[in-house]
Design a protein around this ligand. Structure first.
Ligand SMILES: Nc1ncnc2c1ncn2[C@@H]1O[C@H](COP(=O)(O)OP(=O)(O)OP(=O)(O)O)[C@@H](O)[C@H]1O
Ligand SMILES: [Mg+2]
Length: 251
């Protein structure tokens, strides 16, 4: 294609609201299509909560910050909660049944299964008009199955295929891809932060935007852009409440 064609294609990128204005601003207007956004954080920082919130907002019409599309949720840890979707939808005055019906859920049991699901996803995304694909979490099966240094290169090769297939889906169907990632501690690191996102360079390079979440006071969270081609390295705060993801109330 010419650069002009590429320009036109990129112009078609759309955004999904996270339902927190501060977080949307940090992201330049919300979660972007034709891109892969990675949420990194320790357990309980709200990665899955953000994913579930986005399952709801992505379905809303564009005037309400959504894309009016369906969601493909690839759950590798079994933590997706339809009850939570039901709760947030109700509290936001939406019909939970409709919301739940528009989420295509795939429970994934091992890394090969995960790769297979993404192969099959091409058909599903096209037929069901999926606008958001979520993989929560990207790496848990890979980490559990490929243990030790001698398996590292094989793991990274598989992971590489996986993330590139996801990116291809995002570009081909103008949909947003979200992955969640865990923190890996490196006890050998004497200098600097010993905690790093899992998945190494493969995941780091494939993700368009990388966001690091840490816990703040009470139910607040601080989220930081750690890598992005054009977002500034800034921070925002949001809260996790019964209603899902919200802005922090300033006193
Ligand atoms: N109904 C609710 N109302 C308010 N806060 C909630 C509710 N449900 C969950 N939370 C908050 O979300 C947190 C869990 O977040 P979440 O499961 O998204 O973490 P995570 O980053 O996905 O962790 P993990 O790495 O273990 O998957 C809880 O500790 C709680 O603070
Ligand atoms: Mg989770």
């Amino acid at each position: 294609m010419t650069a002009l064609e590429l320009f036109d294609k990129k112009q078609k990128a759309q955004r999904i609201t996270t339902s927190s204005k501060n977080l949307d601003n940090l992201l330049g207007g919300g979660i972007e299509t034709q891109a892969m956004t990675e949420f990194i954080g320790e357990y309980g920082t709200g990665k899955s909560q953000i994913c579930m919130q986005l399952c709801i907002t992505a379905q809303q019409p564009p005037e309400q910050g959504g894309l009016g599309g369906k969601i493909l949720f690839i759950d590798t840890e079994g933590t997706f909660s339809p009850q939570r979707i039901n709760e947030i939808s109700k509290l936001r005055g939406l019909d939970p049944k409709k919301i739940l019906e528009n989420i295509i859920y795939a429970r994934c049991y091992n890394s090969d299964h995960q790769l297979l699901i993404v192969d099959r996803a091409y058909k599903v995304v096209e037929e069901e008009k999926i606008k958001l694909i979520i993989v929560d979490s990207l790496i848990s099966h890979f980490r559990g199955e490929y243990v030790g240094r001698e398996m590292l290169s094989e793991r990274q090769q598989k992971l590489n295929q996986h993330v590139h297939k996801l990116l291809r889906l995002a570009e081909l169907y103008n949909c947003a891809v979200i992955i969640t990632n865990q923190i890996q501690s490196n006890p050998q690191a004497f200098f600097g932060d010993p905690n790093r996102p899992a998945g190494g360079n493969i995941v780091a390079h494939a993700s368009t935007h990388r966001l690091y979440i840490r816990k703040g006071k009470a139910n607040t969270r601080v989220i930081h852009v750690i890598d992005s081609p054009y977002l500034p390295e800034a921070e925002a705060r949001f809260a996790i409440t019964q209603m899902g993801i919200e802005d922090v109330e300033e006193k």
